[in-house]
Design a protein around this ligand. Sequence first.
Ligand SMILES: *Cc1c(COP(=O)(O)O)cnc(C)c1O
Length: 365
Amino acid sequence: MTYPKLEIHLPKLHHNAKMLVEMCRKKGIEIVAVTKVFLGDPEIARTLVEAGIPMLADSRISNIKKLKEIPVPKMMLRIPMLSEIEEVIEYADISINSEIEVMERISQTALKKGCQHQVILMIDLGDLREGIWEDEADEIIEKIIALRGIRLVGLGANFGCYGGVIPEKHTLEKLVEMKKRIEQRYGIQILYLSGGNSNSLHLIWENQMPEEINQLRLGEPIVLGKEDVYDKTIEGLYDDAFCLFGEIVEIKTKPSVPIGKRGVDAFGHIPQFVEKGMRKRAILALGRQDILLDGIKPKDANVTVLGASSDHLILDITDAQEAYRVGDIVELKMNYGALLAAMTSAYVAKEIIRQPDKKEKGKFQ
Ligand SMILES: *Cc1c(COP(=O)(O)O)cnc(C)c1O
């Protein structure tokens, strides 16, 4: 076996997707599964579709291309670059948009191809990433309606990505009001009200989700069983569908504070140390090229991360239950950023687990 290794447990992902689909369906909400954290891997995506996910989305067209054979609509989750419009039309059915220049080009290209491309117009409700301001809405919608190569199928918003804004009921009600006004004024039907990402899920649990919101775009809750507002595992979901394993290449007892004149570390930071005396440390053969240092935690809560360079992760194993030896494997838990890094690192082997473990059989829906 090759290490570092990322295990991807398909039955657990199937379970998470199915539970979320059922939970949202009760509120009249369809889930668009966001595949970017697993780089649009088609086998993982297919598992989610088999669990009842009706649409897939990704921010990169190269990932969406990999999903070509999966028979559900695909959504392009980042405003298309002018340079990729041909491909967006070819591989995605829907894209999110905010720039009239982009939509004009999409329309022209779609007409040339003899097709129509669907558009969700993003409205910035305060997080300050993508989206139009409400006061530009009429001007832009009039222009969109005149474009024959595109069809305005939805309004969308996004939260928690740049500004860290947590959507509230009144925030999403703005989207609902806009939909009603636009439908009336222009005599069109807006099919989707795309109420955000995982940061909007809490409104369902709190019974605060406006009824008209009928779509959420979810990534983290499916893959890690959590979201950031409550910052804990969602009841009934698995938080270990993705597990990272590293191999120990050195174990030594050393002082806790470096010896000698000190400057910056390999990443330009001046590291700080706390005097704790002699500590037993292990080096894992993986590093910042494979993970996000702030985003990992050893599964054994008695083991702590001391630091990392590009290819070495240093752990304090003084208080570990297990008597680790060189060659042993240590399991690490990851947050979203760390998972994204591990998936993206060419140095991390990916192993897909297709069958539930014997002891877990029967637990999966
Ligand atoms: C990444 C992304 C999502 C998914 O976010 P999660 O927090 O993982 O659910 C949804 N919408 C857009 C526009 C995104 O870029």
